[in-house]
Ligand binder design. Structure first.
Ligand code: ADP
Ligand code: 5GP
Length: 203
């Protein structure tokens, strides 16, 4: 049986989570993506229900009170949260689900689900991180400065993840993550008990 996995990508802002998730989804149409809820306003080209579920502060609070979020945190003054329904439905389908979460989200999901695998993407250098944040062109200079300072704090948390991958060349990063997914899906856990053994036990 295939082991379903919750594959969580974390990095400082500009670390490449969106780019790498998109590339993995393009190459693996069978992978799913967990669309988070957020109170952040949409960026140009972001679509409601595809990139995020964009909610007002009140609507987000209602989801917290109704217990609909498996985890949530505040990042750069906006709320972000993972929908419990999405995670459970995806697990039932026995597929690979990708997540783009901050450090707290990764830690909380790991605590709640044995199927969670956490991967920290680190930019190759300070210079490249700065260039990528600026080239994305989505943030004002003040927001950029905040994201950059926060990025340096986040990199310090790298050793709490299951894996660390340097985001240098896209094809090689994607290949490493694919390798992690293959290895994790073969890990010795009750779900991967060989079919042959189950047959023998029944006979
Ligand atoms: P995040 O989602 O972690 O904030 P993004 O995926 O938006 O980061 O990446 C930030 C910027 O860096 C984007 O302009 C993206 O095109 C660029 N980028 C990300 N990964 C790479 C890479 N491996 N090579 C070159 N550019 C990259
Ligand atoms: P952005 O505004 O750049 O899309 O995301 C900002 C940060 O919020 C990123 O670090 C991203 O990983 C994180 N994030 C996005 N969705 C969630 C979520 O559902 N939960 C948590 N904890 N963090 C999230």
């Amino acid at each position: 049986m295939t082991r379903s996995l919750l594959v969580i990508l974390s990095s400082p802002s500009g670390g490449g989570k969106t780019t790498i998730c998109r590339e993995l989804l393009r190459r693996h149409p069978d992978y799913l993506y967990s669309v988070s809820a957020t109170t952040r306003p949409p960026r140009p080209n972001e679509r409601n229900g595809v990139d995020y579920i964009f909610l007002g502060e009140d609507e987000f609070q209602k989801k917290i009170e109704a217990g609909e979020l498996v985890e949530f945190s505040k990042v750069y003054n906006h709320h972000y949260g993972t929908l419990k329904g999405t995670v459970n439905e995806n697990l039932e389908q026995g597929r690979i689900t990708l997540f783009d979460l901050d450090y707290n989200g990764a830690a909380n999901l790991k605590e709640s689900y044995s199927q969670a695998v956490t991967i920290f993407l680190t930019p190759p250098s300070l210079e490249v991180l700065k260039k990528r944040l600026i080239s994305r062109g989505t943030d004002s200079p003040e927001v950029l400065e905040g994201r950059f300072r926060e990025a340096l704090k986040e990199v310090n948390l790298w050793s709490n993840y299951d894996y660390v991958v340097t985001n240098d060349e896209l094809d090689s990063v994607v290949a490493k993550i694919e390798a992690i997914i293959v290895a994790e899906s073969c890990k010795v856990v009750p779900e991967t008990k060989p079919k042959l053994l189950k047959e023998l036990e029944r006979s």
